[in-house]
Design a protein around this ligand. Structure first.
Ligand SMILES: Nc1ncnc2c1ncn2[C@@H]1O[C@H](COP(=O)(O)OP(=O)(O)O)[C@@H](O)[C@H]1O
Ligand SMILES: [Mg+2]
Length: 243
């Protein structure tokens, strides 16, 4: 379980202070996948980095399994927007990087296959499509078998077909592995497809505008159903409110 309690994050100080996150509170239960949606620049990445323990909150706190987060935890994996692959390492080596850092020797071939990357293990990032590179980034995180998966717009700037394909894969893997997940995105449809609950943030500094329940989530064909479209409409309305 992840508990975010009155989290505030301010960059700089004095006249240069930039408040990025203001009094954000919400929780994510074990095995739940929550989407966090908000306009670009509102503070989503800042919030996620604080949850991961890479950035220290100005006030408030984050608890994982009841323990305050004070640094990067071994049971939490983070996927950033650009997959962060090392160009001189192969797909298999890149996917194994996070495991290696934790001095673990498990094979990554199973997770690579689950992400449709079998046969590409010895290729280098430059030989792959952007969609494949993102999948290597996802494989690297999931190879850790994390209890918690944090994702910062992992499908941003992909063409819509590739994006939907990776969203489907992620949904399948979540059903299979049942990690607890927070998916940050500025894409309303992505939030509705992948969030059991959707936390809607205001423009900067990010505050929680609404938490929208999304019980229909969970199947590939949810996308495009009347309930899906209605939920997306509700989110769009909340995001467009002023003030
Ligand atoms: N290290 C930093 N120092 C100062 N300001 C920052 C820093 N990182 C982000 N910001 C500012 O904080 C705000 C929120 O950024 P970010 O969390 O990246 O938003 P988002 O991910 O929603 O686009 C932006 O105005 C950004 O310019
Ligand atoms: Mg961001």
């Amino acid at each position: 379980m992840i508990e975010i309690q009155n989290l505030c994050l301010v960059y700089g100080s004095g006249r240069e202070a930039v408040p990025a996150v203001e009094e954000v509170s919400f929780s994510v239960g074990d095995g739940e996948m929550v989407a966090v949606v908000g306009p670009s620049g509102c503070g989503k990445t800042s919030l996620l980095l604080a949850i991961d323990g890479l950035v220290r909150p100005t006030s408030g706190r984050v608890l994982i399994e009841g323990e305050e987060v004070r640094g990067v935890r071994r049971d939490v994996a983070l996927i950033l927007q650009d997959a962060g692959l090392l160009p001189w390492k192969t797909v298999r080596q890149n996917a194994g990087l996070a495991l290696r850092i934790q001095k673990r020797r498990e094979s990554v071939d199973g997770i690579l296959a689950a992400l449709g990357l079998n046969g590409f293990e010895r290729r280098f990032p430059a030989e792959l499509s952007e969609g494949m590179r993102r999948r290597v980034g996802i494989a690297r995180a999931l190879a850790l078998r994390p209890r918690v998966l944090l994702m910062d717009e992992p499908m941003a700037n992909l063409d819509s077909l590739t994006r939907e394909r990776i969203q489907n894969l992620l949904l399948d893997l979540w059903w299979e592995m049942r990690f607890t997940a927070i998916l940050v995105t500025h894409d309303i449809e992505e939030a509705v497809f992948l969030g059991q609950r959707i936390v809607v943030l205001s423009p900067r500094p990010a505050r929680v505008r609404a938490v929208v329940e999304n019980p229909g989530m969970g199947e590939h064909d949810y996308r495009g159903s009347p309930e899906f479209l209605e939920r997306a409409k509700v989110l769009r309305r909340i995001l467009e409110e002023n003030g």
